[in-house]
Design a protein around this ligand. Structure first.
Ligand code: NAP
Ligand code: MG
Length: 498
């Protein structure tokens, strides 16, 4: 907070207000008045205390969502009216974009430029995009034979639990809420314990714009043996949508078996970012940096395995390390910051463990690999780190680090890189840099991942589906594909025989 003057902090007063649970349109304390703290990753100071939702609170929220689904005005509301509420929410969010961006940066640590120019506009556009879908949901008529008039209805799934992580707190909430609400579901959102603030502020806007009580419930708190687990187990939740670690994804699936609720999962990744000698090298260098250092590497689709064709290896590494060494690391609120702190101390320890593993396995540490000292020592900072000479079997090439650690893997042929690219348990994304369109499209088809970028990286739009192959999860979010996640199809047969 030292960098931005207190008077410029638009969320300053809001931070002082109590942070409660949103259940049935009311802000309520957690059972027994329990709270937990959320900290500023830039300086380890407590930002706010937040209600710690228990299993019982999760149950109350599900009951409110059920009531709103079965009885409330929500189901009877015209789709155009639902659209109007979503558009209004997008507008209100846009009006307060600066305040939300600061709040996101304070809670998560990410550079303010990223919150302001990525998270906020993407969240706003996601709500707008799904507002448009409200009035486009349609069934179909099917000509079976002249004895029957047969049609399908596209109906909401019902009560949905949405459990999200800390890396894009507001944006993940938008990806979840937008389509679920457009389709007419009611829901309970469980933000990550590290970053509950923007979801709570969003909850206030949801109440202000006039969503009926119980349609959106927000239960902050913990996952294991707490609100998160209770939601995924709950017998009256019809669907759970989860984004987070693959290990947690497995627990969610197991917990879902009680009532066989529908599940969609967005999990981790270990994306291959492949650069051929015929690529635009300067563009690829920038792409490699965005690929791994955007959001401090805490991105599920991060380009954490950089495959470099051997003939350009030295030139590429010189350009890459030159740029990376000049990256400005600092508190997220500083406008000049290009790389902020990690979200938590726990993440820092995890990342430093991987740095040690890389060194032990014989990878060559080219830069970073340590924590900055001086002013930044209080915060959860890790210097941008690059390992060269990595072998695809090493731990740092196989496991998701979720931090600013790049593994560079030199390769000699298209066949070799094609094989190595898919040799991981994950399949969320990948990228290819080349001027040869044949090579680009061949690899795009070959890479087992839900997204492949050609001569670009980390490009997103609410219209374009996103999700995983293999252990990166199942189901596709964004685009029309989210509509599948949040609707049921019903066939209706009408006997019209003479
Ligand atoms: P996480 O530990 O899996 O947490 C994600 C959410 O699940 C949090 O809200 C968490 O609550 C909750 N949770 C934890 N255990 C639970 C349980 N047993 N039952 C129900 N809910 C539970 O993941 P994270 O550490 O926050 O985030 C990092 C991971 O997320 C990375 O592996 C990354 O790849 C993945 N990720 C994937 C995508 C994608 O789109 N595919 C996007 C972002 C992140 P707590 O607050 O208590 O932790
Ligand atoms: Mg966690």
């Amino acid at each position: 907070m030292a960098v931005v003057q207190e008077r410029e902090l638009l969320c300053k007063d809001w931070l002082k207000t109590p942070k409660k649970l949103l259940i049935d349109g009311k802000w309520v304390d957690a059972q027994g008045g329990k709270t937990f703290e959320t900290r500023n990753p830039a300086d380890d100071e407590v930002l706010a205390r937040v209600a710690e939702g228990s299993k019982e609170d999760a149950d109350k929220a599900v009951k409110a969502a059920r009531k709103a689904y079965e009885e409330g005005p929500w189901r009877k509301m015209a789709p155009a009216e639902r659209a109007r509420l979503l558009y209004k929410l997008a507008d209100e969010l846009e009006k307060r974009a600066d305040e939300f961006a600061q709040l996101e940066t304070l809670d998560n640590g990410k550079p303010i430029k990223e919150s302001r120019w990525v998270d906020l506009p993407q969240a706003v556009e996601t709500f707008r995009y799904y507002a448009g879908w409200c009035t486009k949901l349609e069934g179909e008529t099917i000509n079976v034979n002249s004895n029957f008039f047969t049609y399908t209805l596209r109906e909401p799934v019902g009560v949905v639990a949405q459990i999200i992580p800390w890396n894009f707190p507001l944006l993940m909430a938008a990806w979840k809420l937008g389509p679920a609400l457009a389709c007419g579901n009611t829901l309970v959102l469980k933000p990550a314990e590290q970053t509950p603030l923007t979801a709570l502020r969003l909850g206030e806007l949801i109440c202000e714009v006039g969503f009926p009580p119980g349609v959106v419930n927000i239960v902050t708190g913990f996952g294991p043996d707490a609100a998160g687990e209770a939601l995924s187990k709950h017998m009256d939740v019809d669907k759970v949508a989860f984004t987070g670690e693959d290990k947690t994804g497995r627990l969610i699936v197991q917990a879902s078996t009680g009532n066989l609720k529908r599940v969609s999962l967005e999990l981790g990744g270990k994306a291959p970012n492949i650069v051929f000698a015929d690529a635009d090298i300067d563009a690829a260098v920038k792409g490699a940096i965005t690929g791994i250092f955007f959001n401090q590497g805490q991105v599920c689709c991060a380009g954490s395995r950089l495959f470099l064709e051997k003939s350009i290896h030295d030139e590429f590494m010189t350009k890459l390390t030159d740029r990376v060494s000049k990256m400005r690391q600092g508190p997220g609120l500083d406008e000049k910051t290009q790389i902020g702190p990690q979200v938590s101390r726990e993440q820092v320890e995890r990342i430093m463990g991987y740095v040690q593993a890389g060194q032990k396995e014989g990878a060559k540490l080219v830069c970073g690999g340590e924590r900055p000292q001086g002013d930044l020592a209080k915060g959860y900072f890790v210097k941008p780190t690059i390992f060269d000479g990595v072998n695809n079997n090493m731990k740092i090439a196989q496991e998701e680090i979720f931090g600013p650690v790049l593994s560079v893997l030199p390769f000699s042929s298209m066949e070799e890189v094609a094989e190595q690219a898919n040799k991981v348990i994950f399949g969320l994304s990948g990228a290819v840099w080349t001027r040869d369109i044949k090579k680009a499209h061949k690899l795009a088809a070959h890479i087992k991942a839900g997204t492949v970028w050609i001569n670009c990286f980390n490009v997103f739009d609410p219209q374009v589906p996103f999700g995983g192959y293999k252990m990166s999860g199942y189901g596709r979010e964004l685009g029309k594909h989210s509509i599948e996640l949040y609707t049921n199809v019903k066939s209706v047969w009408v006997n019209v025989a003479e």
